[in-house]
Design a protein around this ligand. Structure first.
Ligand code: NAD
Ligand code: GLY
Length: 379
């Protein structure tokens, strides 16, 4: 008997779709995907790290279910979220003669999901796509909710589209081959949901976070903790996306830590210095430090968050990133973020752990002072 995957639904009316979370789903992908295809024909987009491990298995599973597949492999890493890679990918799709009823499958982490999802949104004015996320970050965040896009020289994710997948297939076994640093980076986005509006989940993470990372526990305990954490994260995100698909309100809460985090990432050059999830972890600490400084949040919450992030092996300070930041450079980078409106930066702050809110009413001097404290430099 194969265990049934856990199902979480993203509630978007006629465009609602399931997220299936479980073990060995790639090997069952043909049967699981078939009901969502308009024609038994797919085009898989994946990256050079993921392809040797999972592409053959996925294609074999599709073939067994009578689904024809072609594949395009792009370079691994954030640099693939670029105009150049998008153009190459679109040409590859058109060379392969994708049709309106072909479904595109994104097999990989958030980079592949964002790039391939955007290609699906624009090729032939939009074709269906399915997410098969293979990083923890993608399983708990980027594969869910339909944000797709690329980076430009102006910053991260500045060109893109909302394009919802038809199905998300999260095979938790793929995390077995994921480097530990990437597992930790994905964990930051899990912690984010607890900090936004799920205080009981945050308490659970404080007790079980190391199990999710997979340290000092047997694989059965790890897998149980991971499945629960992924499903709970998807429930949290699905509820917010269902309420505000295109980010005119509540969805902005999902940007907790991101305005700061994107600045750390972009200034460090989107390379190995800081992973997206690591930057978000540090950004969330700064968001809480700013909330405490502005007396919006009781003292001690930032310290509690730092303690937990460190316990699971995540960085909690920009001083942990091998890059020299200045307050001025960070402030300028933050002004380039897409959450800026009328020149004012939109912040996600908090009145409690699990009590995040959005505001543009923040004194820039307080932000600069918080950043200076975090950097231990002059303001
Ligand atoms: P990633 O896609 O670069 O994957 C990280 C690394 O792991 C890559 O080297 C990849 O090749 C490798 N990899 C992936 N799966 C693997 C596996 N199972 N085994 C071994 N190696 C594997 O990065 P990510 O952290 O998954 O995603 C980050 C991206 O997601 C950023 O561009 C970020 O902006 C985006 N993002 C998007 C959303 C959204 O809502 N669309 C949300 C959060 C983040
Ligand atoms: N990761 C933020 C969002 O999906 O809205």
């Amino acid at each position: 008997m194969k265990p049934e995957p856990v199902t979480v639904t993203v509630p978007l009316g006629a465009r609602s779709y399931p997220i299936l979370i479980g073990s060995k789903l790639i090997d069952r992908a043909g049967a699981l995907i078939a009901p969502y295809l308009r024609r038994p024909r797919v085009h898989i987009v994946t990256d050079a790290n993921v392809a040797p491990i999972y592409l053959g298995r996925l294609q074999a599973a599709l073939t067994a279910a009578g689904i024809a597949s072609a594949a395009t492999v792009v370079a691994a890493g954030e640099a693939s979220k670029s105009f150049a890679s998008l153009e190459t990918l679109l040409d590859a799709l058109l060379d392969a003669r994708v049709e309106r009823k072909t479904t595109l499958i994104a097999l990989g982490g958030g980079v592949i999901g964002d790039l391939a999802g955007f290609a699906a949104a624009v090729v032939l004015r939009g074709i269906d796509f399915i997410q098969i996320p293979t990083t923890l970050l993608a399983q708990v965040d980027s594969a869910v909710g339909g944000k797709t896009g690329i980076d430009t020289r102006h910053g991260k994710n500045l060109v893109g589209a909302f394009h919802q997948p038809r199905l998300v297939l999260s095979d938790t076994d793929t995390l077995d081959t994921l480097p530990l640093r990437e597992v930790r980076a994905g964990y930051a986005e899990i912690a984010k949901y607890g900090l936004i509006d799920r205080p009981a989940f945050w308490d659970w993470l404080e007790a079980h976070g190391r199990e999710v990372i997979g340290e000092g526990v047997d694989t059965a305990t790890r897998d149980r903790a991971r499945t629960y954490a992924i499903a709970e994260s998807c429930r949290a995100k699905a509820a917010i996306v269902g309420e505000d698909e295109t980010e005119s309100g509540a969805r902005a809460l999902l940007n907790l830590g991101h305005t700061f985090g994107h600045a750390f990432e972009s200034l460090a050059g989107f390379g190995d210095a800081v992973r997206h999830g690591e930057a978000v972890a540090i950004g969330m600490v700064i968001a809480f430090a700013l909330s405490e400084r502005a007396e919006l949040c009781p003292a001690g919450r930032t310290e509690r968050i730092v303690r937990h992030l460190k316990a699971v092996g995540l960085p909690a300070s920009p001083r942990d990133i091998p890059h020299e930041y200045t307050v001025d450079a960070l402030w300028t980078a933050m002004l380039g973020d897409k959450k800026v409106s009328d020149g004012r930066i939109g912040f996600v702050l908090a009145k409690e752990i699990g009590g995040a809110f959005t505001t543009a009413d923040v004194d820039p001097a307080e932000v600069r002072a918080t950043l200076a404290d975090a950097l231990e430099t002059a303001r």
